[in-house]
Design a protein around this ligand. Sequence first.
Ligand code: MLT
Length: 272
Amino acid sequence: MSARLSLTRHGPAEGLPLVLLHAFPLDSRMWDAVVADLTGRDDPVPVVTVDAPGFGRSPRARDLARRLGCPDAPSLRTYAAAVEDVLAAEGIDRAVVAGLSMGGYVALALAERHRDLLAGIGLLDTKATADGEDARATRLRVADQATGPLGARAVAPMIDTVLSPATPENQPDVVRTVRGWLEEAPPHGIAWAQRAMAGRPDRVAALSGLDVPGLVLRGADDVSSSQEDAETMAGALADAEVVVVDRAGHLSAVEQPEVVAEALRALHARCA
Ligand code: MLT
């Protein structure tokens, strides 16, 4: 496997790309329905999906870090550098970048260190503030569990928190799919990503002075990123649209893909 992130292009080859960065501990499959909507209409959007280090078809973070000259210690800065690297290898030096939750943390890391790449930013079910001590300790515990006998079962309880209470009744297939993704999550990827997220700093300031269109979106029932988190990010951006998605929790793009696709399409149109 080459030491570059796995990238897939969808829809038209020409035009400003919309790069989608997925949530933890999933991979780019979580965008499938959103991508189908964005690329399946009369005015298709050029979309690029990227798998996180150690997830999907991407190589492990330590191999990426070595090739990119990044520190070995898990960091979302390494993930951001690897995104810029794989986009550059594709000839992409400007894009609208949208990330959900962990993907949003990486979009924020791009805003901090790779600002010229961004023609627009989408921050979905995410937050720009750092973790408190308790959240950090929980992440480090889950990281240790994932590399021990528990493996991917360390993240199984997430099924109880990432979806809207409306989803099990209205969309039981979504619950089955997400549960399957959690079971398939690679233990080494879980551990690396949890340690990287535990170490992320507050990045509200990275949004100030980012003079490009922004979208801040959250599921109305998201218990991981609050309305206050969304308002903090929107307040720091120069030009932000805020969207709240009904009947969606933390995984809004999986629970209500058409609504999320519409918001992303509108963001892309503001940037193109
Ligand atoms: C995610 O969905 O990416 C995670 O909830 C991120 C996190 O653990 O903060």
